[in-house]
Ligand binder design. Structure first.
Ligand code: ZN
Length: 109
């Protein structure tokens, strides 16, 4: 069974835990669910060569974020501003919310 990573979502602030971008903080632009990866703003930039023509009038080198595996990311709590592990709490109405294990605040309310 594939391990699920339900904890990081789009628009979250995350810190990079490993690799050459270690310690960088950015906002999640999108989640690549199939790969368990996230694309984080201004993190893990790669240069892409593009050809002139079509949409690109000039061609040349474009910098773009490459996906990072979610296991290399940790959420930065929006309440206490610390990189934090998350728990899940199930509310009375059955909805699941994420809880910061550092400060104990609910994050999705
Ligand atoms: Zn917190």
């Amino acid at each position: 069974m594939r391990k699920k990573h339900p904890y990081i979502k789009k628009s979250d602030k995350v810190v990079v835990l490993a690799g050459k971008e270690k310690g960088k903080i950015g906002t999640v632009l999108r989640i690549e669910k199939d790969m368990d990866c996230a694309v984080v703003e201004k993190v893990n930039m790669v240069k892409r060569h593009t050809r002139a023509g079509g949409k690109n009038a000039q061609g040349g080198i474009v910098e773009k974020e490459a996906p990072i595996h979610i296991s290399n990311l940790m959420l930065v709590c929006s309440k206490c501003a610390e990189p934090s592990r998350l728990g899940i709490r199930i509310l009375d109405d059955g909805s699941k919310v994420r809880v910061c294990k550092k400060c104990g605040e609910l994050l999705d309310v």
